[in-house]
Design a protein around this ligand. Sequence first.
Ligand code: SF4
Length: 372
Amino acid sequence: MGSEPRSAQSDRLFVFPACCFSPPIGILTDVTTTLLDPISNGTHAETSPSQKRVLLLKPRGFCAGVVRAIDVVKIALETFGAPIYVRREIVHNSYVVNELAEKGAIFVHEIDDVPDGQRVIYSAHGVSPAVREISRERHLRVIDATCPLVTKVHIEAVKFARQGYSLVLIGHRDHDEIEGTLGEAPEATQVVSNVAEVAALEVPDPNRVAYLTQTTLSLDEARDIIHALKLKFPNIIGPHTQDICYATENRQVAVRNVAHDAQLVLVVGSTNSSNSNRLVEVSRNLATIGYLIDNSQAIDPVWLDGVSTVAVTAGASAPEVLVEGVVNYLRQNGFSSVEEVEVMPENVRFGLPSEIVQAIGSADGAEALPVK
Ligand code: SF4
């Protein structure tokens, strides 16, 4: 699976308003940062053998799509006032969802649960055309917080289907994103989740098959599935650039480069967060014990027995405040050295949806959004 050059993935710049509500990464204090060269596998700062340490991976936590989606809900609440309905979890993190619910957001599972004519926000994972149609019929006022990188996959699905390709969508059937993408071309699309399922695929024309992937897959697993697809359908084609997003890739690469230096990897994220689960898998595939934890209270003290180095990272939907809680817990339990290991720079921002930009622009007393 071809990857974009690192610089292209790290520095993609989009318009973003100055009123960024979500806290940036790096609110922890007393943390030294080391730049790790992922090619040479460079080493970290020296600590004495007896000193227990935390390796805090960077990049970690919020991606551009999550920052955008959370800001959309917060700005909508401030601009329009409650009630603001949100279809599904805006991002897959219970802390974020609870915080927004406290501010007045009403989370619903299906679009039918939104009263006629009300304002509804689509989550970062996207929706199918069927959901959009119901929203139109019910005169809902829609704000679309779908991540632009998910929208990219939707557009590819439509394009391939219109060109007459059978579509293989690699991903997890029960994930909101797959439900939305599948809905773009349901007759032409089959979902596969692992290599074994590739063998069972049947298509009308084996020479006219295309594949797409969920944005938050394991790089290794996706590579193996695509390899199996290419063996079965030698003329299969894929997206112009890979669908696994920059944030998913960067966080996996960071774990891959540091897990060998730790006896334990703690991934902050919720159990329904696909990219967070993949980070645990990356660690375990490298024979380093890894656990997914919602917050510091989920740490079992037994995990730390005999451990001198813990690597800490966070999925793309996990807020930094939870990482801070985990690091503070580790400090209180003897891990006195905290070193931030930056595997690659990441500076991606997405512009807000036009519905939000227009609403802010026309709101009384609102300042025009600065455009960089
Ligand atoms: Fe977008 Fe990737 Fe973040 Fe998902 S994980 S919201 S696809 S940037």
